[in-house]
Design a protein. Structure first.
Length: 285
């Protein structure tokens, strides 16, 4: 099978400085893309850019610092991208985290909901005008099979009552699916395609970065996990493959469309979440 080239394409990868995002950025740059990676840590950002620029070929990297759990920083990121990269072919919403204890962002929003869902919602909306200008553009939302087994509590979307880090995470990944499906319905074949994915259980640092579990326990769990390179396969497939050029509103795992949970197919819930997210971010109304 021939490899899909990314020469001449611009890709934005949130959370592109570590884990699955970094490997996704590296593979897309290796195929020739100019990749804009987003994260909070300047050192990790600098190292990633060096790595991408050292790959040779036409691929290259740039870093934009932003804390995507803060809505003003998402807006600033979108402004920077619009000013410096007037053409963007692919947006990969990948930055995500698990929080061991309930935390609130500078906006006063529960951190998992803010970062894992609202940042996808807001950044996508702010970048839609640019993406719509580019024929064949794509939006890729990194979700998770962790969405199975939960439903949203619309009376407590920010887990104020009884916090469980894992449940908040699982619900945020269900939000990724509601957002993907509802956006695909609203775009209805005009503008970019939008798909979500499960990367597999991947041996990254996500479980320990925000003290979700102690490191020795995470090490034990991840003995059964796949490598970061393998975790990047499905996001790369959705960003680059000609096979999925016209596919929208689907959930993928192992580079194939799969069925997400029955709960995630609930269109009323998706519309309701959209309305709430629009109210909280001021876009998508
Ligand atoms: N690992 C898995 O098994 C697995 C399974 C299913 C789905 N996923 C999903 O895959 C995605 C990536 O996860 P991962 O395992 O690769 O995680 P990771 O190794 O912890 O990497 C997370 C990336 O996101 C960035 N990030 C974290 N908080 C941020 C913030 N507030 N603002 C901006 N960037 C931020 C990090 O950079 P900085 O820390 O420098 O900001 C880093 O680049 C997530 O959406 C996750 O839900 C992972």
């Amino acid at each position: 099978m021939t490899e899909d080239s990314m020469v001449g394409k611009v890709v934005v990868v949130t959370g592109g400085t570590a884990g699955i995002g970094r490997m996704t950025a590296r593979e897309l740059a290796r195929r020739g893309a100019a990749v804009v990676v987003v994260g909070r840590d300047r050192d990790r950002g600098g190292d990633t850019v060096q790595e991408l620029n050292a790959l040779g070929g036409t691929g290259c990297g740039a870093f934009v610092r932003a804390d995507l759990s803060v809505m003003a920083e998402v807006r600033r990121l979108a402004e920077t991208v619009a000013a410096e990269w007037p053409r963007v072919d692919v947006l990969i919403n990948n930055a995500g985290a698990m929080f061991g204890t309930r935390q609130r962002t500078a906006d006063g929003i529960e951190a998992t909901f803010a970062l894992n869902h609202l940042s996808y919602f807001l950044l996508t909306h702010l970048m839609l005008p640019t993406l719509k200008e580019v024929p064949g553009s794509r939006i890729v939302n990194v979700a998770s099979d962790a969405h199975f087994g939960v439903r949203l509590d619309f009376d407590d979307l920010e887990s104020a009552r009884r916090y469980s880090g894992y449940r908040a995470y699982k619900r945020s990944k269900l939000c990724n699916l509601y957002f993907t499906y509802e956006l695909a319905r609203r775009l209805d074949g005009s503008g970019p395609v939008v798909n979500a994915l499960h990367p597999g259980f991947v041996a990254t640092e996500i479980g320990v970065r925000n003290r979700w579990v102690p490191r020795p326990l995470w090490r034990l769990f991840t003995l059964f996990a796949i490598s970061e390179e393998d975790g990047a396969r499905t996001p790369v497939h959705l960003a680059a493959s000609a096979e999925v050029a016209g596919v929208s509103g689907q959930y993928f795992s192992k580079c194939r469309p799969v069925r997400s949970s029955a709960v995630s197919q609930d269109e009323d819930a998706a519309r309701r979440l959209w309305g709430i997210s629009a109210g909280m971010t001021g876009v998508g109304v």
